[in-house]
Design a protein around this ligand. Structure first.
Ligand SMILES: C[S@@+](CC[C@H](N)C(=O)[O-])C[C@H]1O[C@@H](n2cnc3c(N)ncnc32)[C@H](O)[C@@H]1O
Length: 305
C-alpha cells in the first residue's frame, strides 16, 4: 500500500514519525490557519519576544524580510497534529478533555471535526481570547474553556466522562506562562512534577474506560544543561494514573532559527539541536475496544476544497 492510499484512509500515514516539515503538512497547516486560528494570542508578550528576536536576526542574516506573522505562527500548537490525533484517537461526537489548554487550536480543530472539547487553563486572559476565536468561527458551543486549576480538576468544575484526553502541558519552567502561584510553570521541578502528576490523575479519572489519552511533550534541560527526563516522567505519571503506555510517536518540527544557534551549542557543550516533540499515546482499558469505539478516521473537509 502506497503512502497516498494510506493518506486516503487515515489522512496521513500512521507511522510513529510525523513529519511537520513536509510540503503536505505545511500546506495543510496553512489551510487550518487560514480559517482564522490565532493560537499564539492570549499569551504573555515576553514569552514570545525571545523567539521573535531570534527569528528577526535569522531573517536578517539570510537577507530576508522579517514578517512578524511568521514567528507568531511558530508558537501555535500544530493544527495538523491536532487533526490527526483527534481523528485517530477519538470518536465522532465524543468529548475531548484538555487540562492544560493553552491557545485555541486544539479546541477549534476538535470542534470542527465534530467533537465537543473542554479546555481548562489557569490563565483567564487565554480563556477570553480562545472564546473570542471560537465565537468568530461559530463553534463556541462545541469548543468551551474553563478558567481553573488542572491540579484540582473537580474544584475547577469539570464534570462527566470524556472520550479522549488531549493535552500539551507546560514543560516545567521552560516557559513561564503567568505569575499565578497555581501556574505549575512557575514551580521548581519537583513541585511542578507533583502538580502535574495530580493533574494527570484527575484527568485520567474523568476518562471513560477503553479510551485513549494523548500527551504532547518535550524534554528540556535544567540550569546546568542536564536533561530533566520530562518525557520519562510523563510516562510514569500516566502509568501511575492507570493509563497504559501504547504508542510512542515523534513529531519532527521545522528547524526555525536553530541553524543559527546550533553551532555554538554543539561546539561548547555537544548539545544536539532539538527538532522534535514527543507524542505519547496511552490507553485506559482495552486498546481493541478503544479502537472500536473510535471507529473510522474521517478528515476535515475545508470549505473551498
Ligand atoms: C504548554 S502551555 C500551552 C502551550 C501550547 N503549546 C498551546 O497549545 O498553546 C500549557 C498551558 O498550561 C497552563 N497552566 C499552567 N499551570 C496550570 C494549571 N495549574 N492548571 C491549568 N492550566 C495551567 C498555562 O497557562 C499554559 O497556557
Amino acid at each position: 500500500m502506497g503512502k497516498n492510499a494510506l493518506r486516503e484512509s487515515f489522512i496521513y500515514p500512521p507511522f510513529s514519525v510525523l513529519d511537520a516539515r513536509s510540503r503536505w503538512w505545511q500546506d495543510r497547516k496553512r489551510q487550518w490557519l487560514d480559517l482564522g486560528i490565532e493560537s499564539g494570542k492570549g499569551r504573555k508578550e515576553d514569552l514570545l519576544k525571545g523567539y521573535a528576536v531570534s527569528m528577526a536576526r535569522w531573517h536578517q542574516i539570510q537577507g530576508q524580510d522579517h514578517k512578524p506573522a511568521d514567528w507568531m505562527e511558530k508558537s501555535v500548537f500544530d493544527p495538523v497534529l491536532t487533526e490527526l490525533l483527534v481523528a485517530w484517537f477519538s470518536p465522532k461526537g465524543g468529548r475531548v478533555l484538555d487540562p492544560f489548554a493553552g491557545g485555541s487550536v486544539r479546541g477549534i480543530v476538535s470542534a470542527l471535526l465534530g467533537r465537543t472539547y473542554l479546555g481548562v487553563d489557569i490563565s483567564e486572559e487565554q480563556i477570553i481570547e480562545n472564546r473570542r476565536q471560537a465565537e468568530a468561527l461559530s463553534v463556541q458551543k462545541e469548543a468551551r474553556w474553563k478558567q481553573g486549576d488542572a491540579v484540582r480538576l473537580y474544584k475547577s468544575g469539570v464534570r462527566g466522562w470524556f472520550d479522549m484526553i488531549l493535552t500539551c502541558p507546560p514543560y516545567g519552567d521552560l516557559e513561564k506562562y503567568s505569575d499565578d502561584p497555581a501556574d505549575i510553570s512557575n514551580m521548581p521541578y519537583e513541585l511542578f512534577l507533583g502538580g502535574f502528576r495530580q493533574a494527570v490523575k484527575d484527568a485520567a479519572a474523568r476518562l471513560s474506560p477503553d479510551r485513549f489519552a494523548v500527551f504532547v511533550v518535550g524534554d528540556f534541560r535544567d540550569k546546568q544543561g542536564i536533561n530533566r527526563g520530562f518525557v520519562a516522567d510523563t510516562i510514569q505519571a500516566c502509568k501511575n494514573a492507570e493509563l497504559q503506555f501504547y504508542n510512542d510517536g515523534v513529531l519532527v518540527t521545522q528547524a526555525g532559527s536553530l541553524p543559527m544557534r546550533v553551532r555554538g551549542m554543539f561546539e561548547a557543550s555537544r548539545k544536539l539541536g532539538k527538532t522534535h516533540q514527543n507524542v505519547l499515546v496511552f490507553v485506559k482499558g482495552d486498546p481493541k475496544r478503544a479502537t472500536e469505539h473510535v471507529g473510522h478516521v474521517t478528515p476535515f473537509t475545508f470549505p473551498d476544497s
